[in-house]
Structures are given as C-alpha cells and as structure tokens.
Design a protein around this ligand. Structure first.
Ligand SMILES: Cc1cc2nc3c(=O)[nH]c(=O)nc-3n(C[C@H](O)[C@H](O)[C@H](O)COP(=O)(O)OP(=O)(O)OC[C@H]3O[C@@H](n4cnc5c(N)ncnc54)[C@H](O)[C@@H]3O)c2cc1C
Ligand SMILES: *[C@@H]1O[C@H](CO)[C@@H](O)[C@H](O)[C@H]1NC(C)=O
Ligand SMILES: *[C@@H]1O[C@H](CO)[C@@H](O)[C@H](O)[C@H]1NC(C)=O
Ligand SMILES: *[C@@H]1O[C@H](CO)[C@@H](O)[C@H](O)[C@H]1NC(C)=O
Ligand SMILES: *[C@@H]1O[C@H](CO)[C@@H](O)[C@H](O)[C@H]1NC(C)=O
Ligand SMILES: *[C@@H]1O[C@H](CO)[C@@H](O)[C@H](O)[C@H]1NC(C)=O
Length: 633
C-alpha cells in the first residue's frame, strides 16, 4: 500500500515535526463463544498418546515460571537466565545449519559504535554498511534483503536508527538476538527444533512487511525464509483436489511483482492473485492472513486459490498439506493466521491467463478545491458508488487525508477503457452535477501486468506507525454511507487531538463477485465486502512509552471504534488491523474461529509459534513493555 509520494512526504513531515473498546455482544459473538467450548471438547478428544494428532511432543522444554506484578505466568527463556543455552549449543545449531546462524545486527547498528542487546554489547560501526543503511533505509527492496529488518519500524521500538553520529546509543530494541538465514528446509527444521527444545521464542521472518510486528520479537531466534525463491510452473495441475488447470509452485520467499514478472514472461502470460504491493511475500504472512489484491474481485482471496503447501511443523516434521493430506492444516494455513500452525516452505497456487485491462485515476486535492464541504462531498459521492464499482468486478485502491483524495487505480481486468468508462460514468456524472472539481484519466493496457507496472507504485519503508482498519460490506455502504464518511473524518482529524496524524488507505473489492463461496479460512463476511480500509496512525520514533500507549488507545478506542460503529455487519483483516481490539477472534474470523482454534491446539499445542491475536493465543501475553512472551498460568 502507501503508493503515493504524497503519503511519503506526509510521513516524513510528521517525523520531522515530532522528533476497552465497549463492544456490544451480537448474535454472532454468542455463537462463537458456544462453539469455542465445542472446540475445546473436540481438542481434548484428540489428545491421545504422544499428544494431539499423534505428533511427538516429548522433547518440548518447559516454560519458565514467573510472577509479574503479582500475576503468575510461564515464560519463554531469555538470555541471562539459567535455561538459556550455552555457547556450545548455539555453535552446534550453527553447524547444523551450515554456518547460516548469526547474531542479529539490525541495519542501523552499522552507523553506531556499539549495539547493546540481551546478548551484550557488540562493536558494530562499519562506514560502508552505514552509508548503505543511510541511503536505503526508505527502500522496501533493500529492507527486505536485510536478515530480519522490519519495514514498519514501530514494532522494533526504533532504538537503533541509521545516523551520521556514531556516538549515539543503539540498542536492539524488540528485535530477535539470533537469525538463521535458511536456505534449505533442514535449516528451518533445525531452527524450530532448537526453539522447541530450549524454550526459545521463535520468529519467522519472510519479507518483514508485517504491519503489526509479527515478524519481530524480543530476545527471539529468527528464521528467515526469504531465500526460498524457487518457481516451478505447472501447465496442468495433477495433484489432489480435482483442479486440472495451470498452477505454480513457489518458494516461501517469492514476492508479488517477481512472480507477476515471471508469469508475464510465460507464453501465454499468466497471473496469480497477489497483493497490490510489489514487495509483499505471497506464501508467508500474506497467504496465512487470506491475501487480497487486484485479482480478488475475479478470483477471490489469494488463499482461495491454494492447491498445496509443503511445511515444517512445530514438532519438526516435514508434511504436505493439501485436499487429501492433513486437510485441517491445509485449511488453517489458508487465511487462518500467520505463524500459527507450521512454517511454509513452498506453496502451489492456481494460475490464470492474463487479460487486457483498463485503469483509471481520480484526484481531488488542494489543486482543485480548498473548500472542506466540496472536498468531502466529492469523497462521499465516490464512496456512495463503491457498491456499484465492486458489483461490476472492479478493484479500486484509494488514499484519504485532509484535502487529499486519490483513487489510483480503478482496475477493470478484462475490460476496455470504454467499458471501464461506462462503469464509472454515473459516478463521474454525479461529481459533475455537484460541481466537484477533480482530475480524472483513464488508460487501456494489453495485459493486467502492464497496468500493474504503470499504476501501482513502490512504497517507502522505515516509517513508524500503528495500524487499524475495518471492512464495510454492501449493506453498510447502501445504508450508512454518511456514517462511514463521518468516521473517515474522525480518522483523518481526530477530534481534540491535533497531535495525531492518521490517514486512510481504502481497497474496494468483493471476493464474492467471482468466487462467491469461500474454500479458505477467511471470515465469511468477506464474500460481501465492498471497502476494506486501513487506518494508520503515525508514531514518531523514540517518544515515551506512555505516549505510545496513548496513541494506541486513540487507534483502538477512537479511530477504529468510529469505523466499527459506522458498520453493522463487516469484519476486519488480521494482516491489516489493530490486534488490540476486543473480540479479534470474531472480527478476524467469525464462525471459522473455533475450527482454527482446534487446529492450533493440534498443530502447535505448546506455543512454539506465536503471533499476537492469532487463534489459540488467548493466554499468551507479551509482558514487561513488549519484551518477554509468557503464558498466563
Ligand atoms: C506496503 C504493504 C502493502 C501491503 N499490501 C497488501 C495487499 O495488497 N494485500 C494484502 O492482503 N496484504 C497486504 N499487506 C499486508 C501483508 O499481507 C502483511 O504485511 C503480511 O504479513 C506480509 O507477509 P510477509 O511474509 O511478506 O511478511 P513478514 O513480516 O516477513 O511476515 C509476516 C507474518 O507471517 C509469518 N511468516 C512469514 N513467513 C512465514 C512462513 N514461511 N511460514 C510461516 N509463517 C510465516 C511471520 O512470522 C509473521 O507473523 C501489505 C503490507 C505492506 C507493508
Ligand atoms: C556460524 O558459522 C559461521 C561460519 O562458520 C560464522 O561465520 C558465524 O559467525 C557463526 N555464527 C555464530 C553466531 O557464531
Ligand atoms: C522501547 O522504547 C521506549 C521509548 O519509547 C523505551 O522507554 C524502552 O526502554 C524501550 N525498550 C526496549 C526494550 O528497547
Ligand atoms: C455538500 O453536501 C451538503 C449536504 O449534503 C450540501 O449542503 C452542500 O451544498 C454540498 N456542497 C456541494 C459543493 O455540493
Ligand atoms: C493533486 O492532484 C493532482 C492531479 O490533479 C496531482 O498531480 C497532485 O500530485 C495532487 N497533489 C497532492 C498533494 O496529492
Ligand atoms: C450482500 O449484501 C446485499 C445487501 O445487503 C444483499 O442483498 C446480498 O444478498 C448479500 N450477499 C451475500 C452473498 O450475502
């Protein structure tokens, strides 16, 4: 997301200037609570000799007991504790992974004389690497290529930014302490086994795009899966499930634009359902959250198109998950939450013939009007027509800030410019009828890929922000458009909080248009989606913890609340939402949740994996200001 230069400038400007949501229980929630009890019962029934599902858990290390603020916990093991493995054990792990283990040095550390973290203090200054970091900290591709860097830095605690003053302090913040740059599945297994046997927090890091810090974890061992770049095209799939069309088997590390480029080079050109962002991975967090993108209106969520996974489980077992083997795992990996069931090594997904496409752009900003009513009336008219757009199979990506509205692009796959123009005509006519000044343009492309390269932009990394968001469905837009626009106004100008800088990224798409029935673990409400908006709140690096908590509170209880209150029936997206909201289970998964909780209990009963607000993590907490991971006793 965050394509525009506008947003990048706004974020930079803000950085310079600064150097219990009351949920009303609905019928849906009550249903979830009931079936949760059933899920627990089902899970107990699974517990046979050797543990649930017959997996071997005999070598799992015990959690460390701890009492924190009078509350009893059991925690992961951290440096300095007796349970922490000694150097010989780490050396042994390094040998097992062929030397691919390193102490994690985040990119900013090379600009500082030293970096201090849970393992101690290291001399880190390196002039050349520092220049590299200073020059590239805002580059997505460069950040992705680092061993474990996060693109969105808030979750790292921003304690070691690149600088020209090497005497500035640098600490590891919330980053992990060791990283395995895995190049074989045996490396992945070695990392999982080590974490399981030594009670160490494990983080899987693919591209580092995660908005909510799920590829960052204090004191952890990190497995980097980005090196899995294999791509194998299949003209006619012959595996389980009955599908016999085109497919591609891709390594866990392959990114969106890369696979679209490689697909474009095929004859005839093919596509898969990727995100709109060129650098998001496909087979990591994206697919495990569900995955939406420009092809979603025609082919559903990305997760609806998966044919098979190859994984390593929390118990260190290599498995296939597909329509015949380990079907519960197969289901859960398709949208059931990242870093929860297994580490993905490869994924096979359906391919589709690329199609001629049309794209359009529309702007309303200070170039056009400085009248607030006019600006918001234009925005409101756009949003009023959003059901019409998605009912015609369009995907639309838009950005909204005070006096900046930008819909770029409107995407009509399989449509000519004239056909797209015809879909947009009644909307444009209404803008004209209300004298809303704007700029509009439309283009035609031989393929979707050509449109993608032209109209979707690379985005900036290195920003610190927290993320919320909500999906508005057809009924919301039809009946409550004014309320939705009022909520948008609250987001971009939080009442009485001139210090808060927040903006909206919207995505109009309906997976139910082309794939009316879900076969993935995504929330059923997506099948009637119209607009999924992300609300982003900028958090200046280094501000006191209390101010961070205050901004989080604004996100949860003002911004997200306004969005949710404007909706009667939507849901939200586990990958692009506030993990601190009440009833995340219902909001992320709805009626699917109990099945996922059961799957989690079977495939990772001991919490080898952890990502906030994923199935079965109710008892886990990150305590002591974002550091230790513990389970409530
Ligand atoms: C600029 C930008 C644009 C985006 N655009 C879209 C979009 O168009 N559509 C959309 O749906 N989402 C989009 N997202 C959100 C995206 O889906 C999430 O950020 C997602 O978590 C990224 O997954 P990753 O594997 O690339 O990132 P990472 O940060 O590396 O990992 C994310 C999560 O997945 C887990 N994980 C990673 N690899 C594996 C693996 N091999 N096995 C098991 N677990 C793994 C990690 O542990 C972590 O919990 C966007 C995000 C950004 C920053
Ligand atoms: C792991 O081994 C490699 C190669 O021998 C070495 O360069 C690296 O420093 C070792 N890592 C650790 C953490 O000791
Ligand atoms: C995180 O940052 C806050 C400042 O926002 C600081 O008080 C705290 O000590 C930091 N913690 C770690 C582990 O870096
Ligand atoms: C905007 O909408 C409001 C209320 O619907 C109306 O009073 C106002 O005249 C409109 N302004 C423009 C410029 O259309
Ligand atoms: C305003 O819209 C114009 C197109 O009419 C665009 O070129 C410009 O970049 C936009 N300005 C901002 C600040 O977004
Ligand atoms: C989607 O919502 C509309 C409006 O509420 C309704 O008419 C339609 O039946 C819904 N479709 C599905 C698949 O639920």
């Amino acid at each position: 997301m965050f394509g525009s230069a506008t947003l990048t400038r706004a974020l930079a400007a803000t950085a310079l200037v600064h150097s219990a949501f009351g949920y009303v229980l609905s019928r849906d929630d009550i249903e979830i609570v009931d079936s949760l009890e059933e899920a627990d019962a089902e899970l107990s029934a699974l517990k046979g000799p050797g543990g649930p599902g017959g997996l071997d858990w005999s070598d799992v290390a015990k959690l460390e007991p701890a009492t924190i603020n009078g509350k009893k916990y059991e925690c992961k093991c951290y440096p300095g504790q007796k349970c922490w493995p000694g150097q010989p054990k780490w050396n042994q792990l390094n040998q097992t992974v062929g030397g691919a283990l390193s102490v994690h040095i985040p990119p900013g550390a090379y600009c500082h004389n030293t970096m201090t973290g849970p393992l101690g203090t290291f001399n880190t200054y390196d002039a050349a690497k520092c220049q590299d970091a200073l020059a590239n900290f805002a580059s997505e591709s460069w950040t992705v290529s680092q061993p474990a860097a996060a693109l969105w830095t808030y979750a790292t605690n921003d304690t070691c930014l690149p600088t020209t003053d090497p005497t500035e302090p640098c600490t590891l913040g919330y980053y992990g302490v060791y990283v395995i740059k895995a190049t074989t599945k045996a490396h992945v297994k070695a990392g999982i086994d080590f974490a399981r046997k030594n009670n160490i927090r494990l983080i899987v890091r693919n591209t580092g795009h995660d908005f909510i810090g799920r590829s960052v974890g204090w004191g952890s061992l990190i497995i980097n899966t980005h090196s899995f770049q294999s791509v194998e095209w299949i003209n006619k799939y012959n595996g389980p499930g009955g599908y016999r069309g085109g497919a591609v088997k891709l390594g866990a590390g392959v990114q969106g634009r890369s696979i679209l480029e490689q697909g474009h080079a095929r004859n005839p050109p093919v596509v898969i359902v990727t995100g709109e962002c060129p650098t998001v991975g496909i087979a990591g967090g994206f697919i495990q959250g569900g995955g939406h993108g420009p092809w979603t209106p025609l082919k559903g969520m990305s997760a609806d198109n998966v044919l098979a996974f190859e994984v390593v489980t929390a118990s260190g077992t290599y498995l296939n998950a597909n329509a015949q083997e380990n079907t519960d795992l197969f289901y859960a990996l398709k949208g059931g939450g990242p870093a929860s069931y297994a580490v993905i090594i490869s994924m096979t997904v359906k391919t589709f013939p690329d199609l001629p496409s049309a794209g359009a752009e529309l702007y309303i900003n200070t170039t056009h009007t400085v009248d607030s009513d006019t600006f918001w009336n234009g925005t409101s008219i756009f949003h009023k027509w959003s059901n019409h757009f998605v009912d015609n199979g369009l995907y639309v990506y838009f950005e909204l800030m005070p006096f900046t509205f930008r819909a770029r692009p409107f995407v009509g796959i399989g449509k000519t410019a004239a056909e797209l123009q015809a879909v947009l005509a009644p909307f444009l006519a209404e803008l004209a009828a209300h004298n809303i000044p704007h700029d509009f343009s439309i283009k035609e492309f031989p393929t979707f890929f050509d449109l993608y390269v032209d109209l979707f932009e690379d985005e900036a990394s290195g920003n610190s922000a927290i993320t919320g968001g909500w999906m508005f469905d057809h009924a919301d837009v039809a009946e409550r458009n004014d309320e939705i626009i009022d909520a948008f106004k609250t987001v971009v100008a939080v009442p009485d909080r001139p210090d808060v800088f927040a903006f909206i990224i919207g995505h109009l798409f309906n997976p139910g248009y082309g794939q009316p029935v879900s076969n993935s673990a995504t929330h059923p409400a997506w099948r009637n989606a119209t607009d999924f908006v992300i609300a982003t709140v900028v958090v200046p690096p280094g501000v006191p913890l209390a101010y961070k908590a205050d901004l989080q509170n604004v996100l949860t209880n003002t911004i997200d609340k306004a969005l949710r209150d404007a909706s009667n029936s939507g849901c939200t997206y586990v990958n692009e939402a506030d993990p601190y909201q009440e009833n995340w289970q219902g909001h992320f998964w709805g009626s699917v949740y109990p099945t996922l909780k059961t799957a989690r209990g079977k495939w990772d009963p001991h919490g080898v994996f952890y990502a906030i607000a994923t199935p079965g993590t109710e008892k886990w907490e990150v305590v002591e200001d974002g550091t230790r991971l513990c389970r409530v006793k």
